[in-house]
Write a protein that binds this ligand. Structure first.
Ligand code: KIV
Ligand code: ZN
Length: 552
């Protein structure tokens, strides 16, 4: 159903999202805001902004673009691509995503500060009518008095100025009163009303510190719907953090009170305990029509698992086995009674069909006899579209691996692709590794790295084989990294499993850089992961030399 004429006249008609907003018919006898005439819940993904604020999850441009492409396949409504003013790297990422990604609206975050809004507007230019500037300003007493040191009137003035400036650059403007759930409801209503009057088309009500409880948060949304004049001119959005484990429950409670946009991340990654896990929000709405009668999202749910795995691989943040929807155990049935029930009728112990979120249906695994064509086709099925130059080293390693093990599974391939991504121009690639250790010998590693067409070699002793390999690599690249996290995981099953090593390394500037590497040999996987972290820090130093810590 198209927008009601009331809404259309209230909003700029060329706004992409708003003019494409459609859903089920509404009873015309009931006076309700336009978004309540509409049963669609918009999904706003902030993996590339709030998700990336998670310590150690920073991603380079190539990785952000890969995630954005997958989010578009998943059909999220809005991608928050970054915080353009924060660094040259963030600016570039928003700009490139805005120019390359078709489909979703692309949002850029900005404080209510002219230079932030200006940067967001410039970065978003390539998105045309799909650009959204998301401005935020803290409104709670504790933030007003201790962080901003500003009186209520000044907060309202800054919010209005921020929205007005953003509105002069794009028609789609979102306003977030940061720490809304701890703001006095009367003052919150005043700020939200002023933002709408200034032209905000979405008003987001963040539970910034994850303090709210579902009933209370739902009541806050109801309160705003009652007390904010012209609230129907904007979409009410919610943005919940998970400090008390309530982010998804709070988001869903707010939807029942009339919110029609939910912000969060897939896998729930984000600042501190994370954001609302969008896969849970989406599947709750889909699985419980009796509770969320008539509501729906536009998400292509079969893409959920692929998205989750991609984000986990690129952010370096593992998903717990028991995590709802996307964890390894989410659809695994251990007990005999359950297995028996499932065999008799799947629904006895499954409330969702695993295939609906992308599980199952894996074809026969590839072997050393498989050709390049088959490998590329499988990579594409896994959501990895690669260039010719990227395919060559992956295929070489695919054949090497095929010689070592019977089957090359999907996870093997994804790990190989991640590894090979490090072989871009200017990057280092592990050519060979030779380690002597055991008994009373001092562990010693000899490493050869390929760099700009040259082979560089160094050897070093170390406190164990992995340490020796890292020190030899340090000597070649002239950097010193300190391991903060070291994790080994078998990504496939059996004795010939491919081990994947995830590292978090501090190269001296306080940032934790993630590296991943895979091999059937754990020491080699560690060296590959370390080289991967080095390549990533080199890219970051080129694109985002400094991070402005005053971002909030
Ligand atoms: O948690 C928060 O309040 C935010 C805002 C910038 C929306 O991330
Ligand atoms: Zn947040």
């Amino acid at each position: 159903m198209p927008l009601s004429s009331r809404a259309q006249s209230a909003l700029a008609p060329y706004c992409f999202l708003l003019s494409n907003f459609s859903g089920a018919a509404h009873d015309p006898g009931v006076p309700d805001p336009f978004y309540m005439n509409n049963d669609r819940v918009l999904i706003f993904d902030t993996t590339l902004r709030d998700g990336e604020q998670c310590p150690g999850a920073s991603m380079n441009l190539r990785e952000k673009l890969e995630i954005a492409r997958q989010l578009a396949r998943l059909k999220v409504d809005i991608i928050e691509a970054g915080f353009p003013v924060i660094s040259d790297g963030d600016f570039e990422a928003v700009k490139i995503i805005a120019s390359e990604i078709q489909g979703p609206v692309i949002a850029g975050l900005a404080r209510c500060v002219p230079k932030d809004i200006e940067a967001a507007g410039r970065a978003l230019l390539p998105a045309g009518d799909r650009a959204r500037i998301h401005v935020f300003l803290a409104t709670s007493k504790i933030h007003r008095e201790h962080k901003l040191k500003k009186a209520n009137e000044e907060i309202i003035r800054l919010a209005v100025e921020g929205v007005t400036q953003a509105k002069s650059m794009v028609c789609d403007v979102e306003f977030s009163p940061e720490d809304a759930s701890r703001t006095e409801p009367e003052f919150l209503a005043e700020v939200v009303q002023a933002a709408i009057e200034a032209g905000a088309t979405t008003v987001n009500i963040p539970d910034t510190v994850g303090y709210a409880m579902p009933g209370q948060y739902a009541d806050l949304i109801t309160y705003l719907r009652k007390h904010v004049r012209d609230i129907e001119k904007a979409v009410i959005s919610v943005h919940c953090h998970d400090d008390l484990g309530m982010a998804v429950a709070n988001s869903l409670a707010a939807v029942q009170s009339g919110a029609r946009q939910v912000e969060g991340t897939f896998n729930g990654i984000g600042e501190r305990a994370g954001n609302a896990a969008l896969e849970e929000v989406v599947m709750a709405i889909k699985t419980r029509p009796d509770v969320y009668g008539g509501l729906f999202t536009g998400i292509a749910t079969k893409e959920i698992l692929k998205t989750s795995r991609l984000i986990s691989r690129l952010s370096g943040l593992q998903v717990a086995r028991s995590k709802a929807i996307i964890g390894e155990n989410a659809f695994a049935h251990g007990s005999g009674i359950h297995q028996d029930g499932i065999l008799k009728m799947r629904e006895t112990y499954e409330i969702m069909d695993p295939r609906d979120v992308g599980w199952g249906g894996t074809d026969l695994p590839l072997t050393k006899h498989s050709g390049r064509h088959a490998m590329v086709a499988r990579l594409e099925q896994l959501g990895l579209t690669l260039t010719e130059a990227e395919i060559v080293p992956i295929f070489t390693r695919f054949k090497e691996l095929g010689d070592k093990k019977k089957f090359v599974y999907d996870d093997d391939l994804v790990a190989l692709a991640g590894d090979a991504a490090a072989g871009e121009t200017g990057a280092y690639a592990l050519e060979s590794l030779y380690v002597v250790c055991g008994g009373s010998t001092v562990p010693t590693a000899t490493v050869k790295l390929r760099h700009n067409g040259e082979t560089l070699e160094e050897a070093s002793p170390g406190n164990g084989a992995v340490d020796a390999a890292m020190k030899a690599i340090d000597r070649i690249v002239k950097k010193t990294g300190h391991l903060a996290v070291y994790l080994v995981e078998a990504v496939t099953e059996g004795q010939d499993a491919l081990g994947e090593v995830t590292l978090k390394v501090d190269f001296g500037d306080g940032r934790l850089i993630t590296g991943k590497g895979a091999s059937t040999d754990v020491i080699e996987a560690s060296a590959r992961a370390y080289v991967n972290a080095i390549n990533r820090v080199l890219v970051m130093q080129q694109t985002a030399p400094g991070v402005d810590m005053s971002r909030v």
